[in-house]
Design a protein. Structure first.
Length: 497
């Protein structure tokens, strides 16, 4: 057991008394001796004064508030019903100012390189000709859209909104786990979690000196307007395009539209005339300059992609190709967040920027390569295997916790479609103190972090916060909400003084 203490204020009793360390992990709040990490000593001491009963009451109030505010997500195929409250732990995840500066530099560097990669593969394909990335890795991938080659997005930006998943290994090193560059979700929970934690812990929040996150919608709206086509009028009209209320992230779509002051539209609200996009309104058609699309690109335009789509706008890609409407994020981004392309991002940074990567990655085996595939098949019981085109914890084998039957199934899948799978040795995710209601106690649970990066014409901006996802089940490594995970408010500390 850890006997928690703060360097500056002596032993911590109360809430963190007898907090049990999780062997082999980097604890986000306490060091190996049980002392609160120096940047967090004051916050840890203030939290320690809370009685368990007081925290339990605050936690219950927070969950009631989330229910009343409709902060939900959908789980398809769940017999208990689709609409769920996103589980939330009131104890925050703390990030020191120096740590965030490191992440900020690394994420901006990564997004610049990924944007240049997308420009290149839909242009001259220099990186393929140079042999830095194997051509078959890109040109044969499901996420690559050859019909988009030669099209340049209005404003020159392809990755307007990115969510990059990060973990910390047992040494405390930040590592990129994967990139989300198509329609990354979750930022609405970042803002809502902050509202709840400020309401429940007002004095603690003021004492902690934490960067704000509530300006994200304003920054997002500015980012969207910055890429408006050149002929758009000063009062650029941007809209949020949603597939509709049955989509799993519909709460977020409506939340962002409302907080940005933009119209939330569905495909029937839009039409294309003369290669320009218009929105139907009670006052007649209104020109649309920018679309923040939360519809998967396969369904975006039945003329260009899936002809059976009823969620798309016929002719939208013609308007995009003509430079008359900006789409955020740009279609075709899927190739850059393909999990089999991920191992090559450090090479992209060196190729395009002539810089060394600031952020580390997780060593990855690409099953398309014969040597990698043989190694993976021989060590399935040690590996985490992921389908390159799945998300949310689906299409994954957690080897160390798998059965022989599950490994046999994945052996067949990998052998049949090797390009579709990558594998990594399981990394011990960092842990964070988490309130476990059924035990009435604080226990360590594994976490990751999804920061959000907005890229306008002026370049990338990193939100000083992010979505901390937590594996609420004891022993679990899967943090996805669809797999029983929850979230925490992420407090990025300001410099002392």
């Amino acid at each position: 057991m850890m006997q928690s203490q703060s360097q500056s204020q002596g032993p911590l009793t109360g809430l963190f008394d007898r907090y049990p360390a999780l062997a082999g992990t980097y604890d986000e709040m306490f060091d190996a001796s049980g002392a609160a990490r120096p940047p967090f000593a004051r916050v840890a001491a203030l939290l320690a004064r809370l009685a368990p009963d007081e925290l339990a009451r605050s936690q219950a109030l927070a969950e009631t508030a989330l229910l009343q505010q409709g902060v939900t997500f959908s789980v398809y195929g769940d017999a208990r019903g689709t609409e769920k409250i996103f589980p939330f732990c009131l104890l925050p995840r703390l990030i020191a100012a120096d740590d965030f500066r490191h992440l900020e530099r690394g994420l901006a560097q990564r997004l610049r390189a990924l944007g240049m990669f997308l420009d290149d593969i839909y242009g001259d394909q220099r990186i393929l000709a140079a042999g830095i990335v194997p051509p078959e890795m890109v040109l044969d991938a499901a996420g690559y859209r050859p019909s988009l080659r030669g099209l340049k997005p209005p404003g020159g930006v392809r990755i307007h909104i990115a969510g990059v998943d990060l973990i910390r290994d047992p040494d405390g090193t930040w590592r990129v786990l994967e990139d989300n560059l198509r329609t990354p979700s979750g930022v609405s929970y970042v803002v809502e979690n902050r509202l709840i934690s400020k309401r429940m812990f007002p004095r603690l929040f003021d004492a902690a000196r934490v960067h704000r996150v509530d300006h994200y919608p304003t920054r997002l709206a500015e980012t969207l307007r910055s890429v408006s086509p050149a002929d758009a009028s000063a009062d650029c009209n941007a809209v949020v395009l949603t597939p509709g209320p049955y989509n799993s992230a519909y709460f977020e779509h409506s939340f962002l539209a409302r907080t940005m002051g933009l119209e939330l539209v569905q495909a029937p609200d839009l039409f294309v005339d003369g290669n320009k996009v218009y929105c139907r309104t009670t006052r007649g058609p209104r020109r649309v300059d920018v679309i923040y699309r939360r519809t998967d690109e396969a369904f975006l335009d039945p003329e260009a992609f899936r002809p059976d789509s009823v969620l798309g706008v016929p002719g939208l890609m013609r308007a995009y190709a003509a430079g008359n409407v900006a789409l955020a994020n740009a279609p075709g981004n899927g190739i850059a967040d393909d999990k089999a392309v991920y191992p090559f991002v450090p090479d992209m940074i060196e190729f395009y920027l002539s810089e060394q990567p600031i952020l580390e990655q997780v060593p990855t085996y690409v099953c398309l390569f014969d040597d990698d595939r043989r190694y993976v098949l021989d060590h399935l019981d040690e590996m985490v295997v992921k389908a390159v085109d799945e998300a949310g914890g689906y299409g994954m084998l957690m080897g160390p916790q798998s059965t022989a039957e599950e490994r046999d199934e994945f052996r067949r899948r990998i052998s049949a479609e090797p390009r579709r799978y990558i594998a990594q040795h399981r990394v011990e995710l960092s842990s964070c103190p988490t309130w476990i209601a059924e035990r009435g106690a604080i226990e360590p649970r594994r976490v990751d972090l999804r920061p959000y990066i907005l890229t306008s014409r002026e370049g990338p901006w990193v939100l000083p916060g992010g979505l901390t996802r937590v594996a609420l089940k004891r022993g679990s490594y899967v943090v996805n909400s669809s797999q029983g995970g929850g979230s925490k408010d992420t407090w990025v500390m300001k410099d002392a003084g």
